[in-house]
Design a protein around this ligand. Sequence first.
Ligand SMILES: Cc1cc2nc3c(=O)[nH]c(=O)nc-3n(C[C@H](O)[C@H](O)[C@H](O)COP(=O)(O)OP(=O)(O)OC[C@H]3O[C@@H](n4cnc5c(N)ncnc54)[C@H](O)[C@@H]3O)c2cc1C
Length: 663
Amino acid sequence: MTERVDVAVLGTGLFGAAVAFHLAREGSLRVVAFGTAGDPSRPSGTAASAGILTLQGWDPWDLAIVRESLVEYRWLAEEEGVESVRRNGGVRVARTDEGVRWLQRVQSVLEREGTEATLLGAEAVGELLPFADLGDVRAGLYTPDDSVVHSTAVHEAYLRADRRVGVDLRLGDGPPEVTSTPASEWRIEGDSGVIAGALVVATGAWTKQWLTQLGSPIPLAPFRAQALRARPRPLLAPFPTLHDLDLNLYVRPASLGRVLAGDGTGVQEENPAEWNPDADGPFVEHTLASLSGLFPGLPSIHVEASWAGLCTASPDRFPLVGRVPGGNHLYVATGFNGFGTMRAAALARRLADGIRFDRWEPLRPADPLRFPASLAPFEPHPEFPLESDDEKSWPPREGAASVTAPPSHPAEVGNRVHFRILSVTAEIDRLQWTPLSEWFDPLLPLFAKDAIRTGGTVEVGEEDGLVRGLRLSGSSEGVGSGFTRTRAIAERYLGRMEPGGIYLEEAWRSGGELVEVFAADLRDWVSEERIRNPVRIARPQDFPKMRELMRGELGPGVDTWFATLPRAEETAFLCEVDGRAVGVSWLSRVGAYARGHSFLVHPRFRGLGIGSDLLTARMLWLRSTGGRQVVSEIYDGNAASRTAAERAGMALVGRMYHFRPSQ
Ligand SMILES: Cc1cc2nc3c(=O)[nH]c(=O)nc-3n(C[C@H](O)[C@H](O)[C@H](O)COP(=O)(O)OP(=O)(O)OC[C@H]3O[C@@H](n4cnc5c(N)ncnc54)[C@H](O)[C@@H]3O)c2cc1C
């Protein structure tokens, strides 16, 4: 049986998934999207992306595209509960007169278009990136709305949204066979046949081949781009994405305190069936050397992963999105020139509107009809940075599009997510978790079990059997903890707070008090502090005196927790003076992951270095027993805890928020 649909989408990368969503939302069109697993050794463009969204100033139309995409990704991530857009800001730096002039011109365009952009001197740039040595920089252009996304998380969110709005996703192993019918429709033969009134080709680097095969070639050139992820010591808190125009390098913060860096791009055309997915040795060496030069304050930078991916170039570096010249009901989305992540959402929405309403003006600069089909082959010249220094193309044309609101969502999340209270620890082992927290994911099952053991409440929010939210309450301080990436779930948590409020990892609303997150990777950790006070691992017979010390500082609520001890996951470090417990620090551990907690020193014994000794001992033990990552929260701006953590080799890596019930 051959099924009839309105539109078939070929390719389910970021763009294919996004356009399928926009075509099908509000039940407007019947859409089938065909994906292929592809060659597992070669990542798709989406999987390779560095995920940087730069509010560039080379063209108002393109600027509006990036702004719209930002709005949509933020909305989508919060709706679908994936890692959100991080508004970390961006700074482009230049050291030459020419570079400074160029930054000034870009700033004038951004200001004209209502995008905040500030020109800074070297000192102010240094304040944005305190670990970097940018003393020789002449100027920097700071754009606070620049953001980063996890490209594969956004992609996953679109695929989930696709299913929700009724897109028929067919993810096969190989490419389906596509032919046009005498009635100017498209026949797609996968596992079962489909006749589609229109065909969208969004096959990334393969687009040139497929369109040629369909008899409608357009000028395109796939090229390689490379990136790497590195682990600095110390791990870093989020910082503004740095684009160094002179070094031809970008560096953005990545999750878990890492950095992600890349440079411009390859300049030769690649064959999508044969290209090399490994980063070149010279690229890795050069990038690492540039990072070490830029960040001399970091004692070590360890490359964890490096890779290449394919992008597609167009002759004029503008995308090619719209009707295919000479094609019948044939549409394409390609030619992103290395900037497809920041453009996909807005271009996909416009392409869907074009197909639905025959409205093409909003896509005019990307119109594939601007080139003759017989254009001579060309070399990719993607260039880094984005903005052209070509006097002829300056000033950029007028005509920015307005930023539209995110699309309305078809189903209330509250109706999709099922909440239940868990009361026995065995239930925790049966949960199917999704990523909920950057730093605490490996520890969440333990937190949930601890809450049950100490008489607290554990509530999970599940969708299709997958955990999308975890709320723990009943702690000794009367403050709950919530872990979720879904806005509607976070709103529920904020609406049902305990008297002491709730800790959440995202700034879901304003007014949250900051909680600092400190962490270290034990694989790079070097002991720099000499231990001066006697510290040892506590034994169960030490618990009574430790409890007494902790009760004095934290109140009687600690009793219920002590009643669950000893347990294999909990290790305590103890400092005694004359047989009396004067300092403790605890570690909860799940495999290689640990959380330091309940760290305190008796007030009379502060200032003697006992705090940093307790933490250093904890680090030494963790490293010697194969620990990899340790994380701790520091509440109420506790300066002593902060100093002790830093002395022990931990670093500020992020923030959480303490929301209190409104008065
Ligand atoms: C190293 C690197 C860093 C980058 N960094 C950034 C960045 O920081 N910011 C930014 O904006 N952009 C960045 N990009 C660009 C961005 O990743 C891409 O432009 C974007 O992801 C392209 O998405 P896509 O859906 O068009 O293509 P893809 O993600 O490649 O998806 C195409 C899909 O089509 C499938 N396919 C192929 N043939 C067929 C067929 N016949 N039938 C069905 N399916 C088929 C493929 O398997 C693939 O899954 C980067 C790219 C690279 C390589």
